[in-house]
Design a protein around this ligand. Structure first.
Ligand SMILES: [Fe+2]
Ligand SMILES: [Fe+2]
Length: 292
């Protein structure tokens, strides 16, 4: 349940990770070589075709869940990273899988691009096909602030009904109950991360689902009282091998109980650097709220 807004809101920001020039140059070179060798076709065939990605269902028991929200289902897509390894048309099987789950709402949890905002424009047609009764809600990830041109993506996706939540909330009446989707700017690269502003319209009886790209602030966010936090960012470490693991963001696990709040971390659908995943399948996460 949402905590009354007069309580002190947590500071959930985290310091951005910055790689040195040499490491970035190495990343770029590996990425270019992989793309030259057919990385995109390979990635699509291995990780985005029907049956090659996972549809992970997370059933979350929410204390005091109103009966009208029992079984409420949210499909989550994260970390698409359009660019050299993912582009227009590559998400068709994923979109079909999402619709097969018949979610009431769809959440997009950031990192649409790899390097340039134009890469995300290629996905507008695919993402524009997403349909759910209660809407499609989105937040930005750390990659998406390159050149500070987020507004261009917002405008293109708004045409298709996708709503970005930038320290903002959408409250949806479901029978006698209300589910509230709050969305935060990225904890590393968003200029202002304002939990209080995101929650200002919520009522104490709302069941809150918070979209927050980076799970690093989830422990502090959970203290503010939301039922579920949906995150991405980690790619499940993408290549889960001991000597490569530390190159990726810190990974808290794919489902973490934080007091009464459940953090669900998507392994995402795209990749950065190399078109390869080990021990971290590409996935759609389907979160289902259940009464105790
Ligand atoms: Fe990412
Ligand atoms: Fe990210």
């Amino acid at each position: 349940m949402h905590v009354a807004s007069h309580e002190k809101q947590p500071d959930v920001r985290v310091v951005p990770r910055r790689f040195g020039r040499a490491r970035l140059a190495l990343f770029r070179t590996v990425e270019r070589c992989s793309a030259f060798m057919g990385g995109r076709a390979w990635y699509r065939a291995q990780y985005l075709r029907a049956g090659r990605f996972v549809v992970r269902e997370e059933r979350i028991v929410v204390p005091h869940l109103p009966p009208d929200l029992d079984g409420y289902t949210i499909a989550q897509l994260s970390d698409l990273h359009a660019g050299r390894f993912l582009g227009a048309g590559d998400l068709q099987a994923v979109i079909e899988a999402v619709h097969a789950c018949q979610p009431q709402a769809i959440a997009l949890t950031g990192d649409y691009i790899t390097h340039r905002i134009e890469e995300a424009f290629e996905l507008v047609h695919d993402l524009g096909q997403l349909q759910a009764r209660d809407g499609v809600y989105a937040v930005f990830g750390n990659h998406d602030y390159k050149e500070r041109r987020e507004r261009e993506l917002i405008e293109r996706l708004a045409v298709h009904g996708v709503r970005f939540l930038r320290n903002d909330a959408a409250r949806i009446a479901v029978g006698q109950a209300t589910i509230a989707f709050t969305g935060l700017e990225d904890l590393e690269e968003g200029k202002i991360v304002d939990v209080e502003a995101a929650r200002r319209t919520l009522l104490p009886t709302d069941i809150e689902v918070c979209l927050c790209h980076n799970p690093a602030g989830a422990r502090r966010l959970a203290r503010a009282g939301c039922a579920v936090i949906l995150s991405g960012h980690t790619h499940g470490t993408q290549v889960d091998l001991p000597f490569l693991r530390r190159l990726g963001p810190k990974h808290p696990g794919v489902r973490v109980q934080l007091g009464p709040t459940v953090l669900v971390v998507s392994r995402g659908l795209g990749v950065v650097g190399i078109p390869w995943r080990v021990g971290a399948p590409s996935e759609v996460v389907v979160t289902r709220l259940c009464a105790a």
